[in-house]
Design a protein around this ligand. Structure first.
Ligand code: MGD
Ligand code: MGD
Ligand code: SF4
Ligand code: MO
Length: 737
């Protein structure tokens, strides 16, 4: 790795980029650390001894496995506040209507939930009750009830997911799901079908020294900030970086890595080649690239012959797809597609990275298959500096589905079939249902239709993470009971309900006795020990809440469900249930970790499919959806962690929460100056915001979520993964002069 300064990669000659529009990372770090209201010494111990509970990059304390430098970012510091704040005054929840007038941020600022609380049907608010009473009440309602369970939030570790899914299955249903459903479920489906493994095939170290990294619908500058440091080093070693996006993300163009002297001072030009696409247009572009690779004979014939199946069909199908069709869908030109094809053709190694710009469409699975086709065509899988990399979202997404907290999968990601169900029935000693359960999105429909009795939501917030909040609110109100397990109060707890609402206080991952594990994007199962410090009220670990609920509902199974040995016992059971998590049972101290599958999955081109071959799939371009004069709008992340908003203004582009990002071309065409108030209307609703010019592909808009969720159509979901379409077709109208 070169230590020399390299001005060609500098973003600006102005020291520290003074005067440039960009976030001030040092100020951000300082502001975030100041926001820690609780015990600062405890906060420091969490930083130095814990595994970060933010994104899925993964840490041990403030170190990682990719480079020998400090690993810390402002997301982690912002989340620290949640982990260290003292208990709230529960009297605030005595008047639920008044509490509901607080913003979600104000609700969180109240502090941690200290005790179980109950709001009986018709009562104005919540009152404190004991754990026994709370659990017995829930158990009584759970008997024979139609149950749906959703677990998520950035904090949830593997042990909680595993124990919870087993407990729910003991209650006779597979309707247990987690945030992976509304995040990377299309990647899981498509990767399993094509390469036989539903995870990133390479490691972060493979970025450094790769010839090419292609980011498709992914913005690590905001969402995995420390990854930018890896990219700085990659660029130093000669890696070229390509971005395929509907928006030329400013943070991906230029980034000032705070922990690196050269980059902190002069910034780093990150993206070498930017290719604009329409929102939803990736298949047009990716198939176009493949068409060029075939026509120019740039495919890796040896790899295709020896390690893959289905290439001929794909070759024939892209040959039939016309350039005009691919250009119209993608919004890009065939020359641009050729440019990327040439780069891929010349590269000896490449990593293809994707994220929410790819998955959150009704055809998210097809988008992912189109990416896999490219990687297989060039043999970019299973060797150093190559790989398929769906950057996982938060630190609970990779493990959630692998632990089986998934309506369509058992532990280890096994599909729910009678044979697999009976395997687990035998292992666990009770009958595991053999039909898939309700996915997160389907649970909301069932509740809306009056076909669900009880919803248990651990973390999460359906009012803010799913399309159409009004529909979700109606659905939440129609249940006979809701159980919210959380560390802080949230807006969905306060939604009205035809039945009782129970709040159960959870511990954070740092409070759990015996320590816990998470799985990072690069499949590293990382131990995070219990961190000594203040403890809040009567909060329990989530695994214990779930197992106790199930044990009291079905006392005859209690001994099969409870874990008197705590998290260590759960890890032993995970090792039995999920063979590829071999080694998890031995993790017990700070720094312990095991990367399942090793540095590469599909090493040497041997795929974990029945015949050992990787599969090409014919990917037909989706039909064009946009009538003349309308726009496609996507929901984006600003300064927030999912539904938790941290700042009104995004330092990267200056966008406030109500910004409507629009291309200068469209803004000029429509005579819209920055700040003009406009209304977007679509099939599901209306949104009012203010124009902000930004380098978007013309015809496309972006707004922040959760505010923008009012525009999203709840009926639009992908067929297999059941991910909602987090985009909408809208018209735009100026509302004020
Ligand atoms: N600070 C912070 N960090 C986070 C999170 C957070 O909320 N805040 N969330 C975590 C989670 S759960 C996740 S899943 C990840 C999300 O990480 P990302 O997926 O990087 O998140 P988004 O901000 O949604 O970025 C989506 C990108 O896709 C682009 N895009 C939108 N539509 C399309 C399209 O159709 N095609 C293409 N090619 N591009 C498109 C957008 O312009 C944007 O750059 O981040 C994780 N880390
Ligand atoms: N419009 C739109 N919607 C989206 C997306 C999008 O791009 N656009 N992205 C989607 C994606 S990628 C994801 S992953 C989901 C995220 O969806 P979720 O993971 O469901 O949502 P979060 O906002 O992370 O959940 C935050 C809630 O968890 C609770 N919480 C915080 N910490 C803890 C803890 O330690 N334990 C427990 N039990 N609870 C805690 C808080 O009360 C908070 O209300 O949202 C999806 N929704
Ligand atoms: S980049 Fe991700 S894992 Fe690293 S400190 Fe930030 S939030 Fe945590
Ligand atoms: Mo996510």
């Amino acid at each position: 790795m070169s230590k020399r300064l390299d001005p060609r990669n500098w973003a600006s000659w102005k020291p520290f980029g003074i005067g440039e529009r960009k976030p001030n990372n040092y100020l951000e770090l300082w502001k975030a650390f100041r926001s820690v209201k609780g015990n600062r010494r405890y906060a420091w111990r969490i930083l130095t001894k814990g595994t970060c509970d933010g994104c899925a990059l993964g840490t041990r304390g403030m170190r990682d496995w990719t480079m020998d430098e400090i690993h810390l970012c402002n997301i982690r510091l912002r989340l620290l506040k949640l982990n260290t704040m003292p208990a709230m005054d529960p009297a605030v929840l005595a008047d639920a209507a008044a509490a509901a007038r607080l913003s979600s941020a104000q609700l969180r600022d109240l502090g941690r939930l200290p005790y179980p609380m109950l709001r009986r049907r018709g009562e104005p608010g919540f009152t404190r009750i004991g754990w026994d009473e709370a659990l017995d009440l829930a158990a009584e309602r759970l008997r024979g009830a139609r149950l749906g369970t959703y677990l998520t939030s950035r904090g949830v570790p593997n042990e909680n997911y595993f124990a919870a899914q087993k407990a729910v299955r003991a209650l006779g249903t597979n309707s247990v799901d987690n945030a992976a459903r509304i995040c990377h479920s299309p990647s899981t489906v498509a990767l399993k079908q094509t390469i036989g493994a539903a995870a990133t095939t390479c490691s972060y170290t493979d970025w450094i020294g790769s010839d090419l990294i292609v980011f498709i619908g992914s913005n690590p500058s905001n969402n995995q900030p420390v990854a930018m440091k890896y990219l700085y080093h990659a660029k130093k070693s000669g890696t070229r970086i390509v971005m395929l996006n509907a928006y030329r993300e400013p943070g991906m163009d230029r980034y000032w890595v705070p922990s690196n002297a050269e980059s902190a001072l002069f910034g780093t030009k990150i993206t070498d080649h930017f290719f604009p696409v329409n929102i939803g247009g990736d298949i047009g572009f990716l198939n176009g690239v493949l068409k060029h690779l075939v026509e120019r004979d740039l495919v890796d014939k040896k790899f295709i012959d020896e390690h893959t199946a289905g290439f001929e069909d794909v070759r024939a199908s892209v040959a039939e797809q016309s350039w005009e069709e691919l250009e119209a869908l993608s919004g890009a030109t065939r020359e641009q597609m050729a440019e990327l094809a040439e780069m891929l053709g010349a590269a000896r190694s490449a990593v293809l990275v994707w994220s929410m710009g790819i998955t959150q469409h009704t055809y998210g699975e097809r988008n992912v298959r189109a990416i896999v086709n490219l990687a297989l065509a060039r043999g970019f899988v299973g060797r150093d500096n190559c790989g398929l990399m769906p950057i996982r979202g938060h630190s609970g997404v990779q493990g959630g589905a692998e632990m089986g907290a998934y309506a369509t999968g058992l532990p280890g990601g096994l599909p729910i079939t009678p044979a697999n169900a009976s395997r687990f029935s035998e292992a666990w000693g009770f009958e595991v249902p053999d039909q898939p359960g309700l996915t997160a999105t389907d649970m909301i429909d069932a509740a809306h239709a009056g076909e669900l009795d009880v919803l248990i939501s651990s973390g999460g917030n359906f009012l803010e993470v799913l399309p159409d909040p009004r529909y979700c609110r109606e659905a939440l109100s129609r249940l006979k009971m809701r159980v919210h397990i959380d560390i802080v109060p949230s807006s969905q707890m306060l939604a009205d309900c035809d039945g009782d609402v129970l709040l159960l206080p959870a511990q954070t991952r740092y409070e759990m006795e015996g320590g816990v594990t998470e799985t990072s994007t690069e499949r590293r199962v990382i131990f995070s020990p219990e961190v000594p410090g203040p403890r809040v009220g009567e909060a329990w670990p989530e695994w214990k809440i779930f197992t106790e609920l199930a044990a009291r509902t079905r006392p005859e199974l209690a001994d099969l469900i409870r874990y008197p040995g705590g998290t260590a016992q759960i890890r032993r059971e995970i090792e039995e249930a999920v063979p590829f998590y071999q080694g998890i049972a031995a993790l017990k101290e700070f720094g312990d970790n095991v990367q399942y599958g090793g540095r590469h999955l599909c090493a040497e081109g041997r795929f974990p499919t029945p015949d050992g071959l990787g599969r090409f799939t014919v990917v037909d371009p989706p039909a064009l959806q946009r009538p003349d004069g309308s726009f496609m709008v996507a929901t984006r992340r600003g300064k927030q962690f999912n539904s938790m908003i941290h700042e009104r203004r995004d330092g990267f582009n200056g966008a406030t929460r109500d910004a409507v990002l629009i291309s200068p071309y469209d803004a000029d065409r429509l005579g819209l100056a920055d700040g003009t108030e406009v209304e977007l209307s679509g099939a599901a609703g209306r949104f009012t915001g203010r124009v902000l010019r930004a380098p978007l592909t013309p015809g496309n808009l972006q707004i922040h979520w959760p505010e923008g969720n009012v525009l999203l159509d709840v009926t639009r979901r992908s067929p297999a993964a059941r991910i909602p379409d987090y985009n909408a077709v809208v018209t735009l109208r100026r509302t004020a002069p």
